[in-house]
Design a protein around this ligand. Structure first.
Ligand SMILES: Nc1ncnc2c1ncn2[C@@H]1O[C@H](COP(=O)(O)OP(=O)(O)OP(=O)(O)O)[C@@H](O)[C@H]1O
Ligand SMILES: C[C@@](O)(CCOP(=O)(O)O)CC(=O)O
Length: 512
């Protein structure tokens, strides 16, 4: 068998900007995660070639009963048709179906039906898998008698099977559907030669804003909205495509003409083209500072994001003046956090030695004590270190300010954005030596927490702030805290993978 086209895209954590990012006047600070979704696409082997319609087989081997067969007609009277073959055991997957349908329609517009017919004549075999972090591993850990720690999680097989149907899986909030859609449509665009092979290259560590990547973004946003039946802010798809960023949303009007599920002869490219200036989203560079580490934990209580969003937006509408003051306050804190964290990266480049020393020094101390050492506070010999420490103090103060104002938002709208149980957990974590700050990601609720911790170089593992945080999590009784393995993705956004370079991927794709 030839090598499949393999594409991956990262999950997301909205560190700051929940609710605000729904409004184009504000933006969100989004970190893309090292946990990724992978789509492998290959041409079906010759014997499976069928006379008649083109076949596309899709499987998600981490789940029970998760394989789907689609028949494709590229030249029907109403344009491209992709129909699922339904039997007594099959389930539906609207996300996969719409991704195939809309991507093939776009491909037929850009490549001609004849060319596409040739490329697809043997049919396609597609495998979709997500890193373990996207789905709660509690049951898997319990079954193996393992405690919920990072060490235990790294012992689980990659792309672990969940033992359940997709509809029943406990998701962790990393944005599985956005990462899935992004990897699937990007993989298809590449495999069908709709976009050039180098579309997902990186330049100097940042994702290239190539025309191919922008087209994949517009298509993924569109398909994701259609599959979800609503237009959210799209920060999750943008992070899956471009990586960590400061995100400002697009105007939903751009895709409005395409939002009907029945698309008889509707042409997609004029709307989805990167040159269409109605796509007015903004992606500005963002990354976490060096020698810090993002830590995430799932708190296993769960909340219903759409109902939180509905109530918050209703309060905002009914209390426009107060809401504007609150939104503006939170926004200036959010912008401040992003600037401060970027500023720390700049300091580390300018003065790596002072940066390394300062991180090492404060990583053993609680953040409230960071400037207490009189040598650091007043001694001019330590002024380089002081600049770094002040940057981290600023980040701590800003993230605490964001938490306080998000709690106020929750109280006004009467929704548990940072409920008291989460407040207690976050306070316990933030008081650990070497923790910079934290909060509830995205819409908040009883879903998850994020923390930014110092990660000094050459430090024995047990003395790292992350180990201290883990100890707090493992003994915490107020909530059931389960860590996720993810850190920030260094590779930005969508990327092309080599099958054998991703541990466990060949086995799961080949079904062994
Ligand atoms: N591994 C997978 N293979 C195929 N489809 C999947 C897979 N994982 C998720 N999906 C699709 O995504 C849908 C879930 O989308 P939904 O928008 O509810 O989740 P989400 O908000 O992205 O969740 P989270 O942010 O918690 O990961 C599933 O119903 C399924 O159609
Ligand atoms: C509330 C909102 O701003 C963020 C939701 O984020 P999350 O899915 O909870 O990570 C909604 C959105 O941006 O689409």
């Amino acid at each position: 068998m030839s090598s499949p086209t393999v594409i991956s895209s990262p999950g997301k954590v909205l560190l700051a900007g929940g609710y605000l990012v729904l409004d184009p006047a504000y933006s969100g600070v989004v970190v893309s995660t090292s946990s990724r979704f992978y789509t492998a696409i290959e041409t079906l082997p010759q014997p499976a070639r069928a006379e008649g319609p083109i076949q596309i087989r899709v499987k998600s081997p981490q789940f029970v009963n998760a394989s789907w067969l689609y028949l494709v007609d590229l030249a029907g009277p109403y344009g491209v048709r992709v129909e699922p073959v339904v039997d007594s055991t099959s389930t539906k997957n609207k996300f996969v179906h719409l991704a195939l349908q809309r991507t093939l329609t776009l491909a037929a517009e850009l490549k001609s039906v004849g060319t596409l017919q040739n490329t697809l004549s043997y049919g396609l075999d597609i495998t979709i898998v997500g890193d373990n972090d996207f789905y709660s591993q509690r049951a898997q850990l319990t079954a193996r008698n393992l405690s919920p720690t990072l060490g235990s999680l790294s012992k689980l097989p990659p792309f672990n099977t969940t033992g359940v149907h997709i509809a029943d899986v406990h998701k962790t909030g990393l944005g599985s559907s956005a990462a899935l859609i992004t990897s699937l449509v990007s993989g298809l665009l590449l495999h069908l030669n709709v976009i050039p092979a180098d579309s997902f290259a990186t330049e100097g560590g940042t994702a290239s804003a190539s025309e191919g990547r922008k087209l994949a973004h517009n298509l993924a946003q569109y398909v994701h909205c259609l599959a979800q039946g609503k237009v959210g802010s799209g920060f999750d798809v943008s992070a899956a495509v471009f990586g960590s960023q400061l995100y400002t949303r697009f105007d939903p009007a751009v895709i409005e003409p395409l939002m009907s599920e029945n698309l008889a002869n509707q042409v997609l490219y004029p709307i989805l083209a990167p040159s269409n200036s109605a796509w007015d989203y903004r992606v500005e560079p963002f990354k976490l500072p060096p020698q810090t580490r993002l830590m995430l934990a799932d708190v296993d209580a769960g909340s219903d994001t759409p109902s939180l969003v509905g109530k918050v937006l209703k309060w905002r509408q009914a209390n426009a003046v107060n809401a504007k003051t609150l939104w503006d306050t939170i926004d200036s804190l959010n912008q401040g956090l992003s600037k401060t964290l970027l500023g720390l990266s700049a300091i580390s480049e300018k003065n790596p030695t002072a940066y390394r020393k300062a991180v090492k020094y404060i990583s053993t101390i609680q953040s409230v004590q960071w400037l207490a050492n009189p040598n650091i506070a007043v001694n001019s010999d330590h002024s380089d270190l002081k600049e770094v420490i002040e940057g981290f103090i600023e980040a701590r103060n800003l993230s605490e300010g964001i938490r306080a104002n998000m709690r106020a938002m929750g109280q006004h709208a009467d929704v548990p954005i940072e409920p008291p149980e989460q407040t207690a957990l976050l306070d316990a974590c933030i008081s650990v030596a070497g923790v910079v700050g934290g909060g509830v990601p995205g819409a908040g609720g009883y879903d998850a927490i994020w923390l930014l911790v110092l990660d000094p170089v050459n430090c024995p593992p047990e003395e790292l702030p992350s180990s201290r945080v883990e100890r707090v999590w493992s003994t915490y009784t107020g909530l059931d805290v389960s860590p996720l393995l993810a850190s920030e993705s260094i590779a930005k956004g969508v990327r092309v993978e080599v099958l054998d370079d991703v541990p466990g991927l060949r086995d799961i794709v080949r079904g062994s």
